[in-house]
Ligand binder design. Structure first.
Ligand SMILES: NC(=O)c1ccc[n+]([C@@H]2O[C@H](COP(=O)([O-])OP(=O)(O)OC[C@H]3O[C@@H](n4cnc5c(N)ncnc54)[C@H](O)[C@@H]3O)[C@@H](O)[C@H]2O)c1
Length: 419
């Protein structure tokens, strides 16, 4: 993978291209190429052995033109400002594609959380929350989980923010435990949205699930949920991985065994092997035989070095930004369809929106209602993107950018520029 790849610049380049399709002048969309607000914090944490470490943290608010900023918090050793900017920008586009009244944001801390104890992780989360507290809140910017953060961490965030304000404010964060204001269905929402998008796509392309073997990279919240739901829908899951590597079986993996093993807190290893299943590296996994590939781990996994070797005919992006710009061109030349991240993984932000509404109105909705409303919104977004794609004869990624940019630019024009 080329080291200098810049996902934020890539996003701006696609915006330029989309703007020329839409006939926009520079002034119509230039603000979208600049995050509205960027906060960088240095977070001191007392470690269990009495030493003190200082971690770098970020909260980037890309756009609030369509509503409060919204986006996850990532704890990962590779987090940096440019990655945060790209992730925040994609959130603005994603909220616009599914047409919910949010802007986009992202936050993170440069840390390998697997090296912290639970108490260190809690102190880090609380101090980070306190340091970004001046710019977050239910009306201005609402965080959520992302890579290496979960419901428990969102609960600590909600508690810290509430302690600082002096009363309980569940609406400051989504993806919380259900017992303290989380929504039913939120934890599975991104993976469920990926499944709904795959089902919409195969119906559109007239592909039978049973003849559509799937490989999923990243057996985390998004990837494992999507794999399990797709298996229920009749798709064979032939490959699955985590950061330690993957497993592959052209006859289909034993997903019950995999689910038990992974949900038991284990990394993928030989315990999941069964007749005909072999261990593979993450690099090999992406290039193995399948019909549909779901990268659901991190950015830049499909790049110019491997895009020419991918055997899938369809890629559905569960992760944010898994495909580089150079890879996108190679895939397009090879007629491999890419269902883009800003559509395919939008299920999480949609149910976050439902959670926020429930918090603001002191309500608690049934799971069936949440899942049905999610399905309706995802389907409508899919139709909007497919219509643009066919109308303008563009890739699905460009079509999704066109849908999002039209909504963002329209909102900017209606609001006008202050003062
Ligand atoms: N959680 C959400 O609601 C949500 C919403 C939208 C998009 N996303 C995106 O989905 C992706 C995954 O997020 P998640 O919440 O499932 O995270 P997670 O931490 O639950 O899971 C990440 C998975 O990827 C694996 N992984 C990490 N590095 C890897 C590597 N280099 N190669 C292969 N596998 C690797 C991990 O072992 C783990 O299985 C991210 O790009 C995230 O931004 C998440």
């Amino acid at each position: 993978m080329p080291k200098k790849y810049d996902p934020y610049q890539n996003m701006c380049d696609i915006m330029d291209e989309a703007a020329s399709f839409l006939g926009y002048a520079k002034r119509d969309y230039e603000p979208l190429k600049h995050p509205e607000r960027e906060l960088v914090v240095a977070i001191p944490v007392e470690m269990d052995d009495g030493t003190l470490e200082v971690f770098q943290g970020y909260r980037i608010q890309h756009s609030s033109v369509r509503g409060p900023c919204k986006g996850g918090i990532r704890f990962h050793q590779d987090v940096d400002l440019n990655e945060m900017r790209a992730l925040a920008g994609w959130m603005s586009l994603k909220s616009a594609v599914v047409n919910i009244p949010y802007g986009g944001a992202k936050g993170g801390v440069t840390v390998d959380p697997s090296k912290l104890s639970r108490n260190e992780l809690r102190r880090l989360t609380r101090r980070y929350t306190a340091m970004i507290s001046p710019i977050i809140g239910p009306e201005r910017d609402i965080p959520a989980p992302d890579v290496n953060t979960n419901a428990e961490i969102m609960g600590w965030l909600m508690d810290t923010y509430s302690m600082l304000k002096g009363y309980t404010i569940p609406g400051v964060v989504t993806g919380k435990p259900v017992q303290i204001g989380g929504s039913l269905g939120r934890q599975e929402a991104t993976g469920r949205g990926v499944m709904l998008t795959v089902v919409d796509y195969v119906n559109y392309a007239k592909i039978e699930p049973a003849t559509c073997p799937i490989i999923v990279q990243g057996a985390g919240n998004v990837g494992l949920t999507a794999a399990l739901l797709l298996k229920e829908k009749g798709f064979p899951i032939v490959g699955l991985s985590d950061v330690t590597g993957g497993v592959y079986n052209p006859a289909g993996l034993d997903m019950e065994r995999a689910e038990k093993h992974i949900k038991g807190g284990n990394m993928i290893d030989t315990a999941i092997l069964h007749g005909g299943t072999k261990r593979v590296t993450n690099e090999e996994l992406l290039e193995l035989d399948c019909e549909l590939l779901i990268p659901a781990a991190l950015e830049n996994q499909i790049h110019e070095g491997n895009a020419g070797k991918i055997k899938a005919t369809v890629i559905v992006e569960g992760a944010n930004g898994p495909t580089t710009k150079a890879a996108d061109q190679i895939l397009q030349d090879r007629k491999i369809v890419v269902v883009p991240d800003i559509l395919a993984n939008a299920g999480g932000v949609v149910v976050s929106y439902f959670e926020w509404i429930q918090n603001l109105d002191h309500l608690s909705w049934e799971l069936e209602r949440v899942n049905q409303m999610l399905a309706d919104i995802m389907h409508k977004a899919f139709i909007d993107v497919i219509s643009q794609m066919n109308q303008r004869n563009v890739t699905m990624r460009m079509a999704a950018y066109l849908v999002a940019m039209e909504r963002l630019v329209e909102a900017t024009k209606l609001r006008g520029i202050f003062p």
